[in-house]
Ligand binder design. Structure first.
Ligand code: FES
Length: 110
């Protein structure tokens, strides 16, 4: 099964988290107790699933759709490789994907 590496805000490494194919990175994080809310459950309405993709992986991802880009414009600490990880669906090719959780997150649902 593919795996994801999560680097928490406090520097804690959650390496080799098993990530089922077809499941979003957000769902994998929440299921494994990673510090992520995913408040809107993947409906691109909250931005609490904001992550920063390792630069080695950024080009391997499907680019964000316009709606995701619009939401990203509203997050704290936006970077060139910021994504909403509810929109990243695991595939075999993403085995080893490395993401960092930002220092602050904004819940746009309230
Ligand atoms: S979980 Fe709300 S935008 Fe991703």
């Amino acid at each position: 099964m593919p795996q994801i590496k999560f680097l928490s805000t406090d520097g804690t490494k959650h390496w080799d988290i098993e990530a089922p194919i077809g499941i979003s990175v957000m769902d994998t994080a929440v299921t494994n107790g990673i510090d992520m809310e995913g408040t809107c459950e993947g409906n691109m309405a909250c931005s609490t699933c904001h992550v920063i993709i390792d630069t080695n992986w950024d080009m391997k991802l499907t680019p964000p759709v316009e709606e995701e880009e619009d939401m990203l414009d509203l997050v704290y600490g936006l970077t060139r490789t910021s994504r909403l990880c509810c929109q990243i669906i695991m595939t075999e090719d993403l085995d080893g994907l490395t993401v960092r959780l930002p220092g602050e997150r904004r819940n746009l649902l309230g």
